[in-house]
Design a binder for this molecule. Structure first.
Ligand SMILES: Nc1ncnc2c1ncn2[C@@H]1O[C@H](COP(=O)(O)OP(=O)(O)OP(=O)(O)O)[C@@H](O)[C@H]1O
Ligand SMILES: [Mg+2]
Length: 221
């Protein structure tokens, strides 16, 4: 599913305290393309991904996903849209603390009414590939940062969403595990036609992408 932003701005706060996180971003994300977003801390990378995923509302400009202007959707429609089409790996993981790793991974399938033997099998295989199969009975607090990150990635991958966003997905991983994750993201785009967007500070990680954009001060440069 293709997505895009036109003249997108996002301002947090107002008056003297206003922070202009996005200052007019134009971006095209064609279906099946793997895009990496780079740029210094505070340049607006996470804000841009949150707006593209319908998690946050832009101040002005438009986000179009699969031909739909996200601003035209009410809250319920936006929730359904996210559940059906969007996977997100958050910079801070956002795992549910009371659920085990396995329950966290299965949660979007459950919410989407898509839990069955086939999807459970896929979840198991992804957990295996990402090296967390032996930690699935543990809660997030009992996992290392890298293990939590891999569980968060598995949770997003298992849905095979049309749009997959990953905010610094390899930030806490060793180079071998990073390579596994990046290869997975690349194959998600190539083989499943998923539109994949990843924020990274790592130049080597960015080489896995088809396209790299750089942000600075709320703009793509
Ligand atoms: N909820 C918020 N309220 C106020 N300001 C915010 C909020 N979220 C982000 N900002 C500000 O918006 C700007 C862009 O933040 P953003 O998180 O998008 O940066 P980033 O490029 O993802 O940085 P990093 O690489 O450190 O994750 C920053 O100046 C940040 O302080
Ligand atoms: Mg960020």
């Amino acid at each position: 599913m293709a997505a895009g932003a036109r003249n997108l701005t996002k301002t947090y706060g107002s008056g003297d305290a206003a922070v202009h996180a996005l200052r007019g971003v134009d971006l095209d994300l064609p279906s099946g393309r793997f895009t990496a977003i780079m740029g210094p801390s505070g340049s607006g990378k996470s804000t841009l991904m949150h707006c593209l995923a319908g998690l946050d509302q832009a101040s002005s400009g438009t986000v179009t996903v699969g031909g739909t202007d996200l601003a035209a959707l009410d809250d319920d429609a936006l929730t359904v849209f996210r559940r059906e089409h969007v996977g997100f790996v958050f910079q801070a993981f956002n795992l549910l603390p009371m659920l085990t790793a396995w329950q966290n991974i299965l949660l979007p399938l459950e919410l989407g009414g898509r839990i069955d033997d086939a999807t459970r099998e896929r979840a198991r295989a992804i957990a295996d590939t990402l090296g967390v199969a032996d930690r699935l009975g543990h809660r997030p607090a009992e996992l290392s940062g890298g293990q939590q990150q891999r569980v968060a990635i598995a949770r997003a991958l298992v849905m095979q969403p049309d749009l997959l966003f990953a905010d610094e997905p390899t930030g806490n991983l060793d180079s071998t595990t990073s390579a596994e994750v990046l290869d997975h993201l690349r194959r998600s785009a190539r083989e499943l036609g998923q539109t994949v967007v990843m924020v990274t500070h790592d130049r080597d990680a960015a080489t896995y992408a088809d396209h790299v954009v750089t942000m600075q001060d709320g703009r793509i440069v």
